[in-house]
Design a binder for this molecule. Structure first.
Ligand SMILES: NC(=O)c1ccc[n+]([C@@H]2O[C@H](COP(=O)([O-])OP(=O)(O)OC[C@H]3O[C@@H](n4cnc5c(N)ncnc54)[C@H](OP(=O)(O)O)[C@@H]3O)[C@@H](O)[C@H]2O)c1
Length: 309
């Protein structure tokens, strides 16, 4: 019998149990799926990094750890994890991120706040430029960044993307490496951060790089809090170099009440809801990896432990 341990916060079990069982049945896999299995008996761990499983040493039979989250920064460095680690790539997660990024980009592009908050009788007849005259740069051209860049392009924006390795995405100016980053940021009217949190991306958006953007640019950060130097961003917001920052992720979550982001007039805080793994589609992704493991096929979406994502 195949033993699958579900290791996540208890509330997740209530939303994942039925879709996981359905996906297992659909794949023709007979398995014992539970939240409590003797470690030495476990074949696969469906995993959230905030679960109680932090020491993987006793899971001697485990063939793979299947992360429920796209971000793996809280598990990738775990020295007890010797099994393959797969991250979450889920159609529902990607679509949610596309909607969040497109919605917030359009808000800033169209200057919607002026009309939502400015019902004061003044006839402000300024019309925004067309999207094709706005340059938006997306840092990170992975699953999420590529989908968001393509969606922004389909709305008409002039889109540049940046990644570690060279990419070719239709309609997107693709840049990579250190020189590519300077080029990607210089003069951008909007910036979307969809990089993972790794030592190489820590504080990537520092004062110098924020200064490269067009004056008054907007920033959307649905990636990870450490991508941004917070003090530098607050200074750039105060000076007007950055017009608005819409932030979904932070170094400390929930964002402490005393954090200056809450009170800043040009910051929108969203509580790490840009997108989430959807149990229906995510369960099929998890079960596909279990099916592959049982069939002796390579796992999908494996994390490169050296790169950290
Ligand atoms: N707020 C939310 O609700 C939410 C939800 C899901 C995910 N996220 C965040 O979104 C992040 C991105 O997810 P994803 O699925 O798109 O990840 P992914 O497929 O692994 O893509 C990561 C991208 O970042 C690039 N990259 C990584 N390190 C780099 C570096 N040092 N320099 C330049 N480029 C670098 C990669 O370049 P290569 O392609 O060359 O490797 C890749 O294009 C996740 O790590 C997570 O933190 C947030």
């Amino acid at each position: 019998m195949l033993n699958i341990l579900f290791a996540a916060r208890p509330v997740r079990w209530t939303t994942y149990e039925a879709p996981l069982r359905a996906a297992l049945a659909k794949a023709g896999l007979t398995a014992h799926l539970a939240t409590d299995i003797a470690p030495g008996e476990v074949d696969y761990i469906v995993y959230a990094p905030n679960s109680s499983v932090q020491d993987f040493t006793p899971y001697t039979r485990c063939k793979a750890v299947l992360n429920l989250w796209a971000g793996v920064e809280d598990v990738v460095d775990n020295p007890t994890l010797t099994q393959p680690l797969a991250r979450m790539v889920d159609h529902g997660l990607t679509q949610g991120m596309v909607e969040w990024v497109a919605g917030h980009a359009l808000r800033h592009h169209l200057g919607m706040d002026l009309h939502i908050h400015g019902q004061d009788g003044e006839w402000r007849d300024y019309a925004p430029p067309l999207a094709q005259h706005r340059r938006i740069t997306v840092l990170g051209l992975g699953e999420l960044g590529t989908a968001c860049a393509s969606a922004l392009k389909s709305l008409g924006f002039d889109v540049t993307g940046w990644s570690r390795s060279p990419k070719d995405v239709p309609g997107i100016r693709c840049l990579h490496g250190a020189a590519g980053l300077t080029k990607a940021l210089t003069g951008a009217d909007g910036l979307v951060l969809l990089l993972p949190a790794t030592p190489a991306t820590d504080n990537l958006m520092n004062a110098g790089r924020l200064a490269l953007l067009a004056p008054g640019a907007f920033i959307l950060n649905p990636g990870r809090g450490p991508l941004v130097d917070d003090a530098a961003l607050l200074a750039a917001l105060d000076s007007g170099q950055i017009g608005h920052a819409t932030l979904d992720v932070f170094r400390a979550e929930p964002l402490p009440l005393t954090d200056p982001y809450w009170a800043h007039p040009n910051v929108t805080v969203t509580p790490h809801i840009a997108s989430e793994t959807r149990p229906g589609t995510a369960s099929e992704v998890i079960v596909e990896n279990i099916r592959r493991g049982e069939a002796g096929l390579p796992f999908l979406h494996l994390v490169d432990r050296l790169k950290g994502y």
